[in-house]
Design a protein around this ligand. Structure first.
Ligand code: G6P
Length: 369
């Protein structure tokens, strides 16, 4: 292990820091002059992706959160209705199948029993346009799907998924652009802009990683807490969910995520000075709404930890801690914002002394029901 870990203390930390390279590898196909083509998803892709009328994403755990982010992209950019469902729920409920659906299964391992069963169930319901986004090329899920996109995160050892998640998002961004292009909804100038942003992503993530020392200080304050609340809006709501999942998985601190607009409908009752509230607050069109949610938290004594960027104009004050993200990143902003949340949970777990790479009761790949 010592050889493999090199300068890092745990696989999770190493894998968090491998993200720029993992993203660069996954996005190699569009490096240089490469453009978005359906062929990225396999030889049958032009036939199976053309004419898609809606998208259904099925996954578990962190991979499910990647699907939730993609829903915002697919509906906004490709203009296709998209639903995202937990695989273990989908496989056991009576649902209405639609033959024009593209079924997308997302899995790091490609072996998650519920995701595989959900894919088989979708096929049995008559949906033959299936795509696996997976980190393991010869896995059961990849073999079962008609189309594939292999993320190139490299082996992920830490139970808490990190680099697999961000590379899944990169793959889902390419899928969104491909679907938009096939549907005639991607003007050339927009495609060029998205491709530039994707090519810059590894460098952008690298800059975020430089925030580690500040995040470590936050984690020190946090590690003694029993509960934490994560808030986000829009495409950053699933990032808040992923941040909460990471924290509970490895530090055993109870964490919940809420779409910030729902705060008043329940969780605000929990907020007091013992409840740290982490907010994902990039300067996007929802920022003003989010700020008023944050004031509600502050008014109840909740301590705020805010991931903002230069344009967010939220200022440090008593009980309000701000960490400035280096860049504002539009559609791809969720990829950047999940990184500090990974680091936060990693450092909180270090302070608590839990087994970061092998948290109690959890498995890397859940191959039984
Ligand atoms: C387990 C892992 C998670 C992972 C989930 C889905 O719960 O601990 O990190 O997100 O399975 O795994 P998959 O391999 O299908 O992405």
């Amino acid at each position: 292990d010592a050889v493999e870990l090199g300068q890092y203390r745990h696989y999770m930390q190493k894998e968090i820091f491998e993200q720029p390279q993992a993203l660069a590898n996954t996005l190699e196909i569009i490096a240089g002059g490469g453009s978005v083509t359906p062929q990225l998803f396999g030889t049958r892709a032009p036939e199976l992706l053309g004419g898609v009328e809606r998208v259904l994403v099925l996954a578990c755990g962190t991979s499910y959160h990647a699907g939730l982010v993609a829903r915002y992209w697919i509906e906004a950019i490709a203009k296709l209705p998209c639903s995202v469902e937990i695989a273990s729920e989908y496989r056991y409920r009576e649902s209405v199948a639609h033959p024009g659906t593209l079924v997308v299964v997302i899995s790091q391992s490609g072996e998650t029993a519920d995701t595989l069963a959900a894919l088989k169930h979708a096929k049995a319901q008559g949906m033959q346009r299936t795509l696996a986004i997976c980190n393991v090329p010869e896995s059961a899920i990849v073999r079962e799907a008609a189309l594939r996109f292999i993320t190139r995160a490299g082996p992920e050892i830490g139970v808490a998924s990190t680099k697999a998640f961000t590379t899944q998002l990169a793959a889902l961004a390419l899928l969104t652009l491909s679907l938009a292009k096939l549907a005639g909804r991607l003007p050339e100038a927009d495609e060029a802009r998205y491709l530039t942003a994707l090519r810059h992503l590894p460098v952008a993530v690298k800059k975020v990683l430089e925030l580690e020392p500040e995040i470590e200080r936050w984690a020190q304050r946090f590690a003694g807490k029993q509960h934490a609340l994560f808030l986000g809006r829009g495409q950053h709501w699933p990032i808040a969910m992923e941040g909460a999942l990471k924290l509970k998985e490895i530090s055993y601190i109870h964490a919940e995520a809420y779409a910030a607009g729902e705060l008043k409908h329940g969780p605000l009752a929990l907020v007091d000075k013992e409840m740290p509230v982490i907010a994902v607050a990039p300067a996007d069109e929802l920022l003003e709404k989010l700020k008023s949610n944050l004031q509600e938290v502050r008014a109840r004594g909740g301590e705020l930890y805010v991931f903002a960027d230069a344009g967010s104009e939220i200022h440090e004050s008593e009980g309000v801690h701000i960490l400035h993200m280096p860049e504002h990143y539009g559609m791809l902003s969720p990829v950047l914002h999940v990184v500090p949340l990974q680091l936060l949970s990693y450092h909180a777990a270090l302070v608590k002394g839990t087994d970061v790479d092998k948290p109690r009761n959890l498995a890397k790949s859940v191959t039984v029901e």
